[in-house]
Design a protein around this ligand. Structure first.
Ligand SMILES: [Zn+2]
Length: 370
């Protein structure tokens, strides 16, 4: 998510703020201040701005609590969370992967809007019971009540990628057993919602207030995320039957560990496939590739053995031969790996390169999306 300012960790979850968020933070302060000027004309200028800044900061905390609730439930359900980032359209919890079952998907999604509604209830209750409706705190509390209520309701709109869209997907997924079917419905609803907000926002901007521009931007963003989410899932679906073994390098050559790296067999294997399995005992337990060899001074090649040069398999992350190609690419992208040994039942059976996996992915990419 672009460039972010790191803010440290909460419950072990890294928290970041994207630079685009600063725009919305400034805008919120400005809007609050002008609103307070309208409702409380008796307030001195400094107090009005101070109240606006405090409200904007607590607004930021509200969005953060919403995201934190998603992340904490995800972690509780066994889905690792890479971090929370706040950006111009709100916040995003970066989960390591999608939920594998409908119930966790439902719980992770629904807890966010529920948290916002709970915050609305607390702020609204405090506002009501403090009674003094002209004080600074009363203005802050009422604004937070309205903001959290809107956050809760807006996010429950049933279109992907909004929380409501994920809830819808989880329900259809649970009822039909088909993740793909459920995704299609939720994404279509999200695209429809995005278009509606985009068109409605433009109409509002033309015939009403400039605030319509903001609505249309949010609509455009939803449309974009829904559509790219759909592409991703369509690709996953089209690759469903492909396993890592389908993209595995067939020219896995295994040579004994005591062989000198300068021997013809080694150089030939590296020139052909780029990878080489090294047998020290039994099945290969290490790998050598051309890049590793290049790090070794040429004059030492005749003395060094493959066993000395190899990277032990035990120190490398491995892929399962029967694993899904789509997940493997996602994993290699995330880990920044160019190649990985493939194992079956713990025994190395070959190597797979990210380039080869991506070639397979490209060949299967659906031609039309919508
Ligand atoms: Zn949410």
């Amino acid at each position: 998510m672009g460039t972010s300012i790191r803010l440290g960790k909460i419950f072990g979850i890294p928290l970041g703020i994207n630079y685009s968020w600063l725009i919305i933070f400034g805008l919120v302060i400005f809007l609050m201040s002008s609103r307070f000027a309208e409702f409380y004309p008796q307030w001195p200028l400094a107090q009005r701005w101070a109240t606006a800044i405090v409200t904007a900061l607590l607004f930021f905390v509200s969005v953060l609590l919403h995201e934190l609730s998603h992340s904490l439930v995800a972690v509780n359900r066994g889905i690792p969370v890479r971090g929370i980032t706040l950006f111009i359209f709100g916040g995003v919890s970066q989960l390591a992967h999608e939920a594998q079952r409908p119930l966790p998907e439902f719980l992770v999604a629904v807890v966010g809007p529920l948290t916002s509604l709970l915050l609305a209830l607390v702020c609204g209750g405090l506002w009501y019971f403090t009674g003094d409706f002209n004080s600074y705190w009363s203005a802050v509390l009422f604004t937070l009540f309205a903001v959290n209520l809107s956050l809760g309701i807006f996010n429950m709109l049933p279109g992907f990628p909004l929380d409501g869209g994920r809830v819808l997907r989880a329900i259809i997924w649970g009822l039909t057993g088909s993740y793909w079917r459920a995704t299609q419905v939720a994404v279509r609803a999200g695209q429809g919602l995005g278009l509606l907000l985009l068109a409605g926002g433009i109409a509002w901007a033309v015939f009403g207030s400039f605030q319509g521009i903001w609505i249309s931007l949010v609509g455009g963003f939803l449309l974009f995320v829904a559509t790219s989410g759909y592409r991703q899932e369509a690709l996953r679906e089209s690759l469903k039957s492909y396993r890592v073994r389908d993209a595995m390098a067939a020219d896995w050559t295994a040579l004994p560990g005591e062989m000198p790296v300068a021997s013809g067999e080694v150089l030939l294997a590296l020139a052909r496939g780029g990878y080489l399995g090294v047998l020290v005992e039994g099945p290969p337990n290490g790998v050598v590739d051309g890049r590793k060899l290049a790090t070794l001074p040429r004059e030492t090649w005749q003395f060094a053995t493959l066993a000395q040069l190899m990277t032990p398999l035990s120190s490398l992350p491995t892929l399962d031969a029967e694993g899904a190609v789509f997940d493997a690419v996602e994993w290699m992208d995330a880990e920044g790996l160019e190649s990985a040994p493939v194992v079956r039942g713990g025994v190395p059976v070959g190597l797979v390169s990210r380039a080869e996996l991506q070639r397979l992915v490209r060949s299967r990419r659906p031609r039309s999306w919508i």
